[in-house]
Design a protein around this ligand. Structure first.
Ligand SMILES: CC(C)(COP(=O)(O)OP(=O)(O)OC[C@H]1O[C@@H](n2cnc3c(N)ncnc32)[C@H](O)[C@@H]1OP(=O)(O)O)[C@@H](O)C(=O)NCCC(=O)NCCS
Length: 204
């Protein structure tokens, strides 16, 4: 079997087993309680050691971190050895939506949401929601929280069967009323939040 194929299979296995360990192994800085969904060797680009993220970060499927400007390839006939590269730094408590591209020299602050399919070309201030190409601030995190609480169903802790039952109303046209017994709010402080806030306090 060609060596490249073997390496690809070995990577796939390692990613399925534990994506965070795989990312750390190729040099990405990954904090605590991060979720790296459906990553592969290309997710973190050709310089994965230039990407670092804090705690409680979700990287949704199809996200790409680009740490170099491949465009300079067209200049290499005059400057054969040039490369333009840059770090990508992501704070803590960040959600990066599906199929987002993050370009070099970008810092994303703490408590941010990056909309699906965004192209992040500039720094993202903490506690903001950005979206689009190029990504622009569309609201603050506080505004997003208010809006989301208006729309939210409290189903995240249900098992798949309970969730299915709770969402039956949404699935069947004509009745959009989720089962109220299963969607009551539960006010909890997640384990990661307590731990992270504790460590943030210690570092100030
Ligand atoms: C960015 C996001 C969080 C915003 O949610 P929201 O605050 O409810 O925003 P709204 O739907 O009210 O949209 C506000 C504006 O932003 C625009 N917008 C929202 N999401 C966008 C996106 N991903 N890309 C470009 N524009 C977007 C809307 O078109 C709207 O523009 P308008 O005011 O000109 O009509 C959400 O749209 C999103 O992309 N979530 C991530 C989904 C995802 O990746 N899921 C993967 C699960 S693992």
């Amino acid at each position: 079997m060609p060596r490249r194929l073997i390496r690809r299979l070995r990577d796939r296995l390692a990613i399925v087993r534990d994506p965070v360990t795989f990312a750390r192994r190729v040099g990405v800085g990954v904090g605590r309680e991060c979720r790296l969904i459906a990553i592969d060797r290309n997710t973190f680009g050709s310089e994965p050691y230039l990407v670092a993220m804090g705690d409680h970060v979700t990287v949704a499927a199809g996200v790409r971190f680009i740490t170099h400007d491949g465009g300079v390839w067209v200049l290499r006939y005059r400057h054969p050895d040039i490369d333009v590269v840059g770090r990508i730094t992501i704070g803590s408590n960040v959600f990066i939506g599906i199929n987002t591209i993050v370009l070099p020299n970008v810092t994303i602050g703490d408590d941010c949401v990056i909309g699906a399919g965004s192209v992040v070309t500039r720094d993202v201030p903490s506690r903001t929601v950005v979206a689009g190409s190029p990504a622009r601030v569309i609201r603050t995190l506080d505004e997003y929280e208010c809006r989301s609480m208006d729309k939210a169903l409290h189903i995240h802790r249900l098992n798949p069967e309970e969730k299915r039952r709770a969402l039956r109303g949404l699935a069947a046209p004509g009745s959009a009323v989720p089962d109220p017994d299963l969607t009551r709010a539960t006010l909890v402080t997640p384990r990661w939040a307590a731990a992270w806030r504790g460590s943030a306090r210690r570092s100030h």
